[in-house]
Design a protein around this ligand. Structure first.
Ligand code: NAD
Length: 509
């Protein structure tokens, strides 16, 4: 199951099978296929930072002979930063005017307990940026901070971005990158240092017309702010460079609507699916996996339309309420509670804790996977009782999972259209940055809705082989002469759009 996150050999090759299937179907030019089947560039490098000392809480049984250790007058409130692994980062300001006593490397902090001091020091992190293709525009794709990140993972996700930007009709190519580490185990200052060091090393390879990162798993608007500062600081016309990253806070050049854009795009797809089937979103039962940027926005928008979010699963737990969870309360618990360092739904009192296995088997209409890849394998797909899987995450369904979903007639909205709302509004943010403009959220969402719904309509026509031209869309150039599964249909649309550049522009020698 962890393969999408980098542990299985040949995973990229497996993920590219949809590409090759679609390339065969459209009779893709062999040289274009060769250009696309491997990335343009695979950058692997290392960043180092100086980490701070940690305080590791002692168990009561370990305190024993140290019980008489005099208390140290550390200003705990501001100077001890709690981490998700239970340790605390000891900031140097804690030592100012402090009266410190240590014995055998242990310190006694009144009101906090006994801690072993763990020395900080230099640490090295493996970093990546894969630039898959730029024939349609500058490389574009997220930055992931995760302990399981790998080259294979980023190659796959970078290629997905090439297909996604083509489907969303934004003038970008595909890239993805990040750093192999768990940001929850580092202080905010350390995460800032790791991020800025990453940009320091990558600076010559990125830029608003070269490669434009955005948030992904483990990163957010704050990380984008650090990246923008590191890239633009000291540059002569630094305001002209704001488009070097997207997904920024609206106060520093981000776009209205970007924070929720991926979830909003997921919902626009679900609306179209529901409209065609005469299915009512109001009252629909929804399962959501992942309650970060994508999962929580999708849940919020669907709940506001009257859907019932009956369960949410994340990396640390699952909560369930048959009548529907109170989504705003769950968001406060996850994203605003200072004690909830892992940003998890676990511990939410507005629902019952259930196991992940029970989560998959719940009775519901729609499942929105919005966490990591390879979660819906054959076994999970057999258990699902939903009508639709709307892929908010990238690559949540394995090939075997796909086969089972098809055999069981469970519909799928594939990731490369379903979660394309994020990169679409990233493009709007980039445009606003270029023009020094600000659009309203209503304006952004109106454009997003048109972009997602018209391209999803093309994909459905390709899947059913019903070529049509309407005021909203034209699927005639993309149908392949026979019905195909919807994931292949989405890939056919992407490949025709990418291939057009090579066919019309030719190749420089
Ligand atoms: P995030 O870091 O904000 O949230 C990730 C969520 O996944 C968290 O709730 C975490 O607890 C959960 N999670 C992690 N490991 C898990 C596991 N093993 N089982 C269950 N849950 C687990 O990330 P995000 O930005 O919301 O991205 C989620 C997915 O959506 C990723 O696949 C990402 O590539 C994709 N995506 C994100 C964007 C975007 O704009 N942020 C755009 C397109 C696609």
């Amino acid at each position: 199951m962890a393969a999408r996150n980098g542990n299985k050999k040949g995973f990229y090759d497996e993920a590219m099978e949809t590409f090759h299937g679609a390339a065969d179907l459209i009779g893709m030019n062999p040289r274009v296929r060769m250009e696309l089947e491997e990335p343009d560039f695979e950058h692997i490098f290392y960043v180092t930072i100086e980490t701070r000392d940690r305080l590791v809480p002692l168990q009561a049984s370990e305190v024993g002979p140290l019980a008489d250790l005099p208390p140290s007058g550390v200003k705990a409130g501001a100077a001890l930063e709690p981490l998700a692994d239970g340790k605390f980062v000891l900031h140097r300001r804690a030592l100012l005017d402090a009266d410190i006593t240590t014995r055998q490397g242990v310190i006694n902090i009144p009101g906090r307990g006994f801690f072993r001091i763990e020395r900080g020091g230099p640490r090295k992190f493996k970093a990546y940026r894969v630039q898959h293709n730029q024939v349609r525009g500058p490389y574009k794709g997220g930055i992931r901070f995760h302990q399981d990140a790998s080259l294979d993972l980023f190659k796959t996700l970078a290629a997905d971005m090439t297909w996604k930007t083509a489907i969303a009709e934004v003038p970008f190519g595909g890239a993805k990158g990040g750093i192999r580490f768990d940001p929850m185990r580092y202080s905010s200052e350390e995460v800032e240092a790791i991020t800025t060091r990453y940009v320091y090393k990558l600076k010559n390879l990125m830029g608003p017309f070269l490669d434009i990162p955005a948030p992904d798993v483990g990163t957010n608007a704050q990380i984008m702010a650090y990246m923008m500062r590191q890239y633009t600081d000291g540059e002569r016309e630094h305001h002209a460079l704001r488009g070097v990253v997207t997904g920024k806070d609206v106060r520093i050049g981000g776009s209205e609507g970007r924070l929720k854009a991926t979830g909003q795009g997921v919902v626009y797809c679900i609306e179209e699916w529901a409209r065609e089937r005469g299915f009512a979103i109001k009252g629909a039962r929804v399962l959501v996996q992942g309650f970060g940027n994508v999962g929580s926005a999708t849940a919020e928008i669907l709940a506001a339309q009257g859907a019932r979010i009956v369960a949410v699963n994340d990396a640390f737990g699952t909560v369930h309420a048959d009548g529907g969870l109170d989504v705003p309360a769950l968001q406060r618990h996850v994203h605003e509670s200072p004690a909830n360092l892992r940003r998890t739904v676990a511990g939410f009192t507005g629902g019952a804790a259930i196991t992940k296995a029970d989560f998959w088997a719940l009775d519901a209409d729609i499942l929105v996977p919005a966490a990591l890849g390879e979660e819906i394998d054959g076994e999970v797909a057999e258990q699902l009782k939903v009508k639709l899987v709307a892929e908010g995450a990238n690559g949540p369904t394995t090939q075997e999972g796909d086969r089972v979903l098809q055999a069981r007639s469970i519909d799928v909205i594939p990731d490369i259209i379903c979660n394309a709302g994020g990169v679409t509004v990233s493009y709007y943010e980039w445009l606003q940055n270029q023009k020094l403009e600000r659009w309203t959220e209503a304006d952004v969402n109106q454009r997003l809705e048109r972009a997602i719904k018209s391209n999803y309509a093309i994909i459905r026509d390709v899947a059913r082989d019903t070529p049509r031209r309407t005021p909203l869309h034209n699927s005639r150039p993309f149908c392949v002469g026979k019905p195909v599964d919807v994931r292949t249909a989405a890939m056919c649309l992407a490949l025709r759009r990418v291939e057009a550049h090579y066919l019309l522009e030719g190749f420089s020698q």
